[in-house]
Design a protein around this ligand. Structure first.
Ligand SMILES: NC(=O)c1ccc[n+]([C@@H]2O[C@H](COP(=O)([O-])OP(=O)(O)OC[C@H]3O[C@@H](n4cnc5c(N)ncnc54)[C@H](O)[C@@H]3O)[C@@H](O)[C@H]2O)c1
Length: 401
């Protein structure tokens, strides 16, 4: 690797985040001199002290090893950017209140980095971005008179399991010229040999379509669930019938609250890119965002909600996670609060002071909703005497009389 001009190999901009931190750890662990740069001081302090700011399988041990090796620096100021050959930027284009992509965070990051950028660096976009963003950034750098090449290598790991998946999944690599593509191939070649090479626009779309595909699939099965349960039919029995020894349906997901920091946002980026002609994407949003209302309707069929205490089990956006970002559990809570006398919410992992212990939710609730299928709920004994709405079908059922 050509690193003579630079004292460090990689600077991960946004390196304290869910994608950035595992990536930085993998870099440091594989021998690269790595800098984490993140504007969040609290996170930077925590990482420096050897503690992970969120759950990530196997990461705490790797963090301590990386810090001990002297190959990982953690900074809240942009100056170290100038020392690094590869700048890996993990700042995306979230959608705004009109569901259009916002470039504000990327623009802010580029402005902060501007005076520390140096000719010969390679700027790799690892976040999920609106199609054309790589080109937009390349133009910004060209117009600033900087000889810095942009590459786009979007991350595809499942949050919480990044370290394992990073080495198992093929890496999408893209750049505007063969030399830059060769440079990123060399960097990622330290971790894997399995690459898919494409143009930046193809890579941007590939990542967005991957997430939109999953979101549409979840919406399809959620709509089937609503359709069956609205008519009093047990959807779990249908699901079993669809999948059982029938390979064409083996990949059919089960129903459940589908949200989180990526799926809706990325589906809406594609919708904006298509000038709002991505009908399936918008339909998927209507279905998935409508599921909490349907779950409340199912509870209403079992008895009055007014005057009752409702309990919500699980506030993270997915099982085993401590991340509540854009979780539909919070929408469920909000809707229930309009009707129920009291709403009690719990989660074993999410650090939210408004949550209460599981035991209290179980003891005081008349109606229980399983919003996130954490293992702890699968392990509960059957909840006799409660009204239960379990879209995930994860609770143990009381024995039939
Ligand atoms: N979370 C996932 O599972 C996942 C998976 C694949 C791709 N992505 C994509 O990766 C991107 C980042 O997602 P995330 O979940 O890691 O977000 P995150 O919020 O966990 O991390 C972003 C980090 O960037 C920092 N930051 C923001 N502005 C900065 C700046 N100007 N300079 C330096 N640091 C800055 C923040 O403090 C934060 O620590 C998004 O585009 C997302 O869609 C996420």
């Amino acid at each position: 690797m050509e690193t003579r001009e630079f004292s460090h190999d990689v600077c991960v901009i946004g390196g304290g985040g869910h994608v950035g931190l595992p990536f930085a750890l993998i870099c440091a662990d594989s021998g690269l001199r790595t800098v984490i740069y993140d504007v969040d001081r609290r996170k930077v302090e925590q990482i420096r002290s050897g503690a992970m700011p969120f759950f990530e399988e196997g990461a705490e041990e790797m963090l301590r090893r990386a810090l001990g090796s002297g190959r990982l620096a953690v900074e809240d100021r942009p100056e170290p950017i100038r020392d690094c050959r590869f700048l890996v930027m993990i700042i995306g284009t979230p959608v705004d209140e009109h569901l259009n992509p916002s470039f504000a965070a990327i623009d802010r990051a580029l402005r902060a980095a501007r005076e520390h950028l140096r000719d010969g660096q390679v700027l790799i976009l690892r976040s999920t971005v609106f199609p054309g963003t790589s080109q937009r950034i390349q133009r910004f750098l060209d117009e600033a008179g900087l000889r810095i090449q942009v590459a786009c290598c979007p991350e595809r790991v499942a949050q919480g399991y990044s370290l394992r998946e990073f080495r198992e999944l093929p890496q999408l690599l893209s750049a505007f010229d063969p030399q830059t593509l060769a440079a990123v191939r060399e960097l990622f070649g330290r971790f894997t040999r399995d690459f898919v090479e494409m143009s930046p626009m193809e890579a941007e779309l590939c990542k967005l379509m991957t997430n939109a595909w999953r979101y549409v699939q979840f919406a399809t099965v959620n709509q089937f669930y609503m359709l069956a349960t609205a008519n009093g039919v047990d959807f779990d029995r249908i699901l079993h019938g669809c999948r059982y020894n029938y390979p064409r349906m083996a990949g059919m997901p089960g129903p459940g609250l589908a949200a989180g920091p990526c799926l809706v946002k990325d589906t809406m980026q594609l919708a904006a890119f298509s000038h709002n002609h991505f009908m399936l994407g918008h339909s998927a949003m209507l279905v998935n965002e409508g599921l909490p209302n349907h779950l409340i309707e199912l509870a209403r069929r079992q008895g009055e909600i007014a005057g009752a205490t409702a309990g919500v089990l699980g506030m993270a956006f997915k099982a085993g996670s401590d991340d509540p970002r854009d979780s539909l559990s919070y929408k469920l809570r909000k809707l229930l609060a309009l009707e129920a006398a009291q709403v009690l919410c719990t989660d074993p992992y999410v650090p939210d002071p408004t949550l209460v212990p599981l035991e209290r939710v179980l003891a005081e609730s008349d109606i229980l909703f399983v919003a996130t299928p954490h293992q702890a709920y699968r392990d509960l004994p059957p909840l006799a005497g409660k009204r239960v709405v379990d879209v995930w079908n994860c609770l143990q059922k009381p024995a039939a009389p």
